[in-house]
Design a protein around this ligand. Structure first.
Ligand code: SAH
Ligand code: SF4
Ligand code: F3S
Length: 490
């Protein structure tokens, strides 16, 4: 059993939320003659993957090209995650590897970016002497200067968290893109203060990005041939934009006031992006159960191209534990949200979750409540973790991490086993149905098969026939194995 748990946790830690791999694989060597070469690797959630694309863009503007070979690199960036202890351990191992390469190539600069940089600040520089640059998530515009500091024999540090940085004007370099699907960050930070979570400390205050810059980015992607965008934020439902500052400035300058903008909420934003084109699919992640509104659900219903899939992490099925976690909803509230989703979409809408087992003082009965909630909802998919205490969080300060590791792992195993059953049941519902699939590429196993996803985010594999990558196809599902549906073009 322990091996299985290890695997599961590896999966969880490496592919937090819906990220597909643990590294941003630089897909092209873009470095030109005379340019210094940047190698970048990312861990954690999709936000981090998206940030790495911003980093690459900032560096490109400053005469750095990318390389996919770390041995070739003049500059190595690790975009890091602090969400669980295991995530940080993975990064430390990578740093050791990079430091070995650096022994052979003394000029190589190593930078730690992202959440671990923010959490550990100068510790990585001073005590562990493993890195030259430490840059928190809001300091990426400053990276060229930090590299300059290192060139001059100093260390480069910027862990300042901003209240308004959204990188709205930076056109990301699409690093891990297949040319078909892309991520768009719509907000940064988080104000929720779930007691187990480091994100509010590593990413700072929540702020939303100008909706016009978001729509413009989606339009540009569509014009380049992209067919799907995923709008990213830790809590997309609290997206909110009112151009107050701008309005005030205009009023002061006595400019025309008829241009004053109204408040844009997440449902409005979804609609604006959906209207870019009916051929551009729109996904989003992550939704918070306390904030997801009926207006969002009805907007999803109204537009065929808004994908029918909601990542709605519940964490626990017990109200007392949810309260200790400061999730600010109850079991009943969550169930009500699910009922509403099913009322509007029936079985058509996929729902996935994140789960934490063995949170502080969780009893056996409370764990059973998580299992019974899962029975009620039958999630299509879940990311499942056992609780990992994080320094500086409210839980670390106020609650005791008192559930023995074996118990946490055993409970996790029960959650995982049940989730597998539910995924299979949910997949079986699709057998016999014809689904619209966006073809993303060849299947992992065969060059004779394509794979893509349906609206509900399920992977469907089918013989390629004369279909084309990057187009939509109608596929009749005839079977399912594990997490994948098998079908045929109709
Ligand atoms: N903003 C998202 C979650 C971001 S973190 C939300 O609120 O749903 C992704 C997931 O990591 C969380 O949903 C949670 O399940 C898990 N996680 C966060 N902190 C954790 C911790 N200390 N131990 C174990 N899992 C944790
Ligand atoms: Fe963390 Fe909670 Fe914010 Fe999600 S909503 S990022 S779990 S504090
Ligand atoms: Fe990890 Fe930071 Fe994302 S802690 S999950 S990379 S916001």
């Amino acid at each position: 059993m322990s091996d299985l748990i290890k695997d599961i946790n590896l999966v969880g830690d490496d592919i937090d939320q819906k990220a597909v791999s643990c590294e941003v694989k630089v897909t092209e060597d873009t470095a030109k003659e005379g340019q210094r070469k940047l190698y970048i690797e990312s861990y954690g959630c999709q936000m981090n993957f998206s940030d790495s694309e911003i980093v690459a863009s900032v560096m490109q503007e400053n005469n750095f090209g990318t390389t996919k070979d770390v041995e070739e690199a003049d500059l190595v960036f690790l975009n890091t995650c602090s969400i669980r202890e295991k995530a940080e351990q993975t990064v430390r191992k990578r740093l050791t590897v990079f430091n070995k390469i650096k022994k052979r190539k003394p000029g190589m600069i190593i930078g730690v970016l992202g959440c671990m940089a923010e959490r550990l600040k100068t510790q990585l520089l001073e005590e562990e002497k493993m890195v030259d640059i430490v840059a928190g998530p809001d300091s990426y515009r400053d990276l060229p200067k930090l590299v300059g500091d290192v060139d001059e024999g100093d260390k480069g540090v910027n862990v300042f968290l901003s209240r308004d940085e959204t990188y709205a004007d930076i056109a990301p370099v699409r690093l891990n893109s297949n040319g078909i699907t892309a991520m768009i960050s719509i907000m940064r930070g988080c104000d929720n203060m779930c007691t187990f979570c480091v994100v509010p400390f590593t990413r700072g205050r929540e702020r939303s990005r100008d909706p016009h810059s978001i729509v413009k980015e989606a339009q540009e992607l569509f014009d380049q041939g992209y067919k799907e965008v995923t709008l990213l934020g830790q809590n997309v439902d609290s997206y909110k934009w009112s151009d107050e500052e701008n309005n005030k400035a205009r009023l002061e300058k006595k400019e025309k006031t008829d241009e004053i903008e109204e408040v844009v909420n997440f449902a409005n934003l979804l609609e604006m992006v959906a209207q870019v084109s009916p051929d551009l699919r729109v996904r989003f992640s992550t939704s918070h159960p306390k904030d997801i509104t009926d207006e969002v659900l009805y907007t999803m219903k109204k537009y065929e191209n808004i994908c029918k899939f909601i990542h709605l992490p519940v964490q626990s099925g017990n109200t007392r534990v949810l309260d200790l976690m400061n999730r600010t909803y109850t079991r009943e509230w969550y169930i009500n949200r699910i009922d509403k989703i099913r009322e509007i979409f029936g079985d058509e809408c996929g729902v996935s979750s994140d789960m934490i087992t063995g949170f502080c003082s969780e009893t056996e009965e409370e764990h059973q409540d998580t299992l019974s909630l899962m029975e009620y909802v039958k999630f299509d998919f879940s990311y499942m973790f056992f609780y990992s205490e994080r320094p500086g969080t409210l839980a670390e300060k106020k609650l005791e991490d008192d559930i023995p590791l074996e118990v946490k792992k055993r409970r996790l195993q029960e959650v995982v086993t049940l989730q597998r059953q539910h995924a299979a049941e949910r997949n079986a519902l699709n057998v016999g149905q014809t689904q619209k699939v966006l073809i993303e590429g060849y299947s992992k196993r065969s060059n004779e098969h394509f794979q893509g996803r349906n609206s509900a985010n399920k992977v469907i594999v089918f013989p390629k026939g004369d279909a084309q990558i990057g187009t939509y196809a109608m596929v009749k599902v005839h079977d399912c194995t594990g997490g994948t549906l098998l079908g045929e073009l109709v």
